[in-house]
Ligand binder design. Sequence first.
Ligand SMILES: [Zn+2]
Length: 328
Amino acid sequence: MDQIKRVPVTAGDYPKTWSEFLDWFSSEDACQSYLEQLRWPDGFVCPRCGSVGQAYRASRARLMCKDCRHQSSVTSGTIFDKTRTPLRAWFGAAWYLTNQKHGVSALGLQRVLGLGSYETAWTMLHRFRRAMVRFGRDGLKGRVEVDETYLALTDRVTPVSASGRKSNTTMALVAVAVEILAPKGFGRIRLRRIEEGSEEHLLPFVKDVVEPGAEVHTDGSAAYRSLTKAGYKHDRTVMLGSDVPAHTSMPGVHRVAALIQRWILGTHHGAVQPDQLDYYLDEFVFRFNRRTSRSRGLLFYRLLGQAVVTDPVTYSDVAQRQRRANIS
Ligand SMILES: [Zn+2]
């Protein structure tokens, strides 16, 4: 039994081009070594006893703690947990997801990777979307526009005839927060699906995503009346009876809302299940907030880095959540 061998890449290294990607990740072993570097940059950490830096290799994928003899693998407890899909396909998916400007649909991913089933592609994309949310990330700062917008979603799982509705298009309400830069341009964004545009839903959204002390620009809705008390500078623009169109007084929110709608219609053909919308919003935020990143390889590296610290979710987890959402 060997101790963990280190591949000759240093932490922080990532492939810059497709041909480098192919060179680096030509085998399952290479992918596994790369994940080990990402997950344990300072050496193996036993998930059971917390012992650091010591492991036997029980087999190619199995690592055994020297202290408590617990066996684990680099993928256990990550989004790759118990997957039957080769790591090379996962890496290919991460590369494709981060190198396509607008991302990829499950059908597109199934085709490009030659995956056996649509469900496999769909589950991979959903697991990566979960990894796209970085916990403990900084709140928005400076001047921030906050508003709600409706997105049109098409429910393709429930046929029109079965649902008894004339249309299977759902309007989903989404809270949008956008940093406004001076003299012009937009910074980072945050999004959340909300049930209604009331204080009960909008105030917690602002508190969760905007740093205290920031200047929050909203319309005249009563939902925002407590912002000053909550520690924000509140700039209200009352729209009612005003001649100023929304895209002039709230340019950031207006622009972002149009981009999300276009992305859902374009990349995903409008076919986003309403109760899955939050995952798609997470992906959109990940892309938007990194839109000026010069290196797509760096995005790939960041996504894999988050993937090895994100809990696994299975297809049945997601489907169950969907059923629960339909019941409640
Ligand atoms: Zn241990």
